[in-house]
Design a binder for this molecule. Structure first.
Ligand code: NI
Length: 151
């Protein structure tokens, strides 16, 4: 058997990094003004502030014996561009992204929203996303049931 055919049964994970800049304000309608100020500190500033986010997308799949790849990077790039980068880059997460009108745009919630948007990628299985907010803060999300069939 040719080695490329054998490799077709091997599951490989691919990580691809993207960047976008966006502003947000951390403010919860469920908390009082005092609580918002105490919990979010300067991130509660009414006019918001920006971050240069680094998004890492991990997908898995079997190596296609014909191409030797698990997914076409251009297809992944195009999907991430249309689903995440175009709607988020140089935007106010609070006011420009519907999902954050009523949900605080913390990076935890950003991970969940990005995962939800990228989950339908048809050419490989989305394993997890990682969002780096600052050089010190990064968050990962792998879905509610990462090892199950429903994902
Ligand atoms: Ni922030």
């Amino acid at each position: 058997m040719r080695s490329s055919a054998q490799n077709g049964d091997v599951k490989i994970e691919l990580g691809r990094r993207y960047r976008f800049a966006a502003s947000h304000r951390l403010h919860s309608a469920e908390l009082s003004e005092e609580e918002n100020c105490r919990i979010y500190g300067k991130c509660n500033h009414p006019y918001g502030h920006g971050h240069n986010y680094v998004l890492e997308v991990m997908v898995s799949g079997k190596v296609d014996p014909a191409t030797g790849m698990i997914a076409n990077l251009e297809e992944l790039d195009g999907f991430v561009e249309s689903e995440v980068l175009e709607p988020f880059d140089h935007k106010s997460l609070n006011s420009d992204v519907e999902a954050f009108r009523a949900t605080v745009p913390t990076t935890e919630n950003l991970c969940i929203e990005i995962f939800r948007r990228l989950k339908p990628f048809p050419k490989a299985k989305l394993e997890r996303v990682r969002v780096q907010e600052t050089s010190n803060n990064g968050f990962e999300y792998a879905g509610e049931n990462p090892d199950g069939f429903e994902g």
